[in-house]
Design a protein around this ligand. Sequence first.
Ligand code: FAD
Length: 399
Amino acid sequence: MKVVIVGAGIGGTAAALALIKHGVDVTVLEQASAFGEVGAGVQMSPNANRVIDALGRLDAVMDVAMHPEAAVATSWNTGEHLRVIPYGEHVLRRWGYPYVHLYRPDLIAALSDGLPPGVARMGAKVVRVREEAGRAGAELADGDVVWGDVLVGADGIHSIVQQHLHGDKPARFTGNMAWRGLCPGDLAREMEIPVVSGLCWGPGSHFVNYYVGRRGQKALYNNWVGVVPYDGSAIESWRAEGRKEDALRDFEGWYPRIRNLIQAAPKVMKWALHDRDPLPFWSRGRVTLLGDACHPMLPFMAQGAAQGIEDGYVLARCLTADADPEEALQRYQRNRMERTAWVQEGSRRNERVFHLSDPDEVAARNARLAEEVKTNPDGVSADQSKLFSHDVVNGDLAA
Ligand SMILES: Cc1cc2nc3c(=O)[nH]c(=O)nc-3n(C[C@H](O)[C@H](O)[C@H](O)COP(=O)(O)OP(=O)(O)OC[C@H]3O[C@@H](n4cnc5c(N)ncnc54)[C@H](O)[C@@H]3O)c2cc1C
C-alpha cells in the first residue's frame, strides 16, 4: 500500500509516522522548503500525547515541553481566580499522559525528526488532485504527478484536496481576531508569571498565556494570544504583523499582568480566526482528508492539532485493517467525524462562555464554575474528561 499525503504540518507529519509504524509506504508532499510552523505556542493534551507515544516521539516532545501546574481562569479586570484545575501529576495519574505546552517549531521538529529520510518531499506544491480507477495522484506545480493507492489531504484550512472534494467554499471568518506575541522568558519570570495555563475572560474577549520552549529548566518565552471581536475589514492577510498600541487599546482596563505581557513582546501578530461547519463527508473513492483540511475550528478548546494527530492514527489503523482502501477510508470517516464535529461545535460554544459581557450572565457563569470546583474536586469538566480519555491507540474501531 502506498499513501500520498499533501501537507507536512502537525497533522500530515503525525499521520506519516502512524502509517509508517503500520508498515505503509508513504510520501509527504510539502510546498514549503523546510518543516516549519507558523504561530508560537501549542497545547498538547493527554489524548494527543498518547498517540505521540505510540509514534515513538514522546521523549523527543517531552524534552522541550513545559508542564503547567494548573489551568487557571481569572477575571479580566481584577485578576481574581475564577477556577483552578490541577494539571501536572494529577493529569498524568488520571489519564496516563501529561498536559503540556510547546513552542510550535519544537513540536514539528520533534515529530519530523522521526521520519525516515526520503519520506518528505519539500518544495512540492500540489496544484491538482487526480483520480483514476484504483489510484489517486497529486499533480505538482512542475507537472509531475505522484500516484498512490490513497491520497490524503492534510493541507490545512485552505486545503486544495478539500476543494477537490467539496468545491470552492471559503472557510468562514468567525468575527474573531487573535493578537499573538511572545514575551521573553526572563522578563516573564521577573514579572512572576506562574507556570500555568492562563485563561482570562473579559467582555467580548479573552486572553490565554503559557510558557513554551523549554531549554534545561527554563522556558524561552511566555506565549500569549488575545482574542477580540473584529469586523475583518482591515485584515488583508489572515496573519500579519500588527501595532502594539492597537493590541494594548483592545485590552484597555485589563489587569496589569495582561497588559505587561503585551507590552513585553518585541512584536505582535494579528490573525483572523476562521472555521467551517462539519463537512458532510471526508472520504470519496481513494481520496480523504485530515486535520484542519476537514475540521478547522476555533482554538477555544485547544484541540485542532490534537484532533489531527488522532485522525492520522485512526487512518493508519483503518488502512491496515481493511483490505479494500475505499472501504477503509469510509470506515476512517465513520470513526472520526462525530468526535471532531463535537469538538468544532464545543469550540464555538466556548466562545459564548469566554466572552460573556452581560453582568448577570457573567455572575451566573462564575457562580457555576465555583460550584463545579466544589462538587468535582479535580475541577475537570465532563467535556475535558471526554477529550482526554479518548484512546485512538488501544480503543476499539467501529466497523
Ligand atoms: C491561535 C491558535 C491557537 C491554537 N492552539 C492550539 C492548541 O493549543 N492545541 C491544538 O491542538 N491546536 C491548536 N490550534 C489549532 C492548530 O494550530 C491547527 O489545528 C493545526 O496546526 C492544524 O494542523 P494541520 O497539519 O491540519 O494543518 P496546517 O498546520 O495548516 O498544515 C498544512 C500544511 O500543508 C501545507 N500545504 C498547504 N497547501 C499545500 C499544497 N497545495 N501543496 C503542498 N503543501 C501544502 C502547508 O504548507 C502546511 O505545512 C490553534 C490554532 C490557532 C489559530
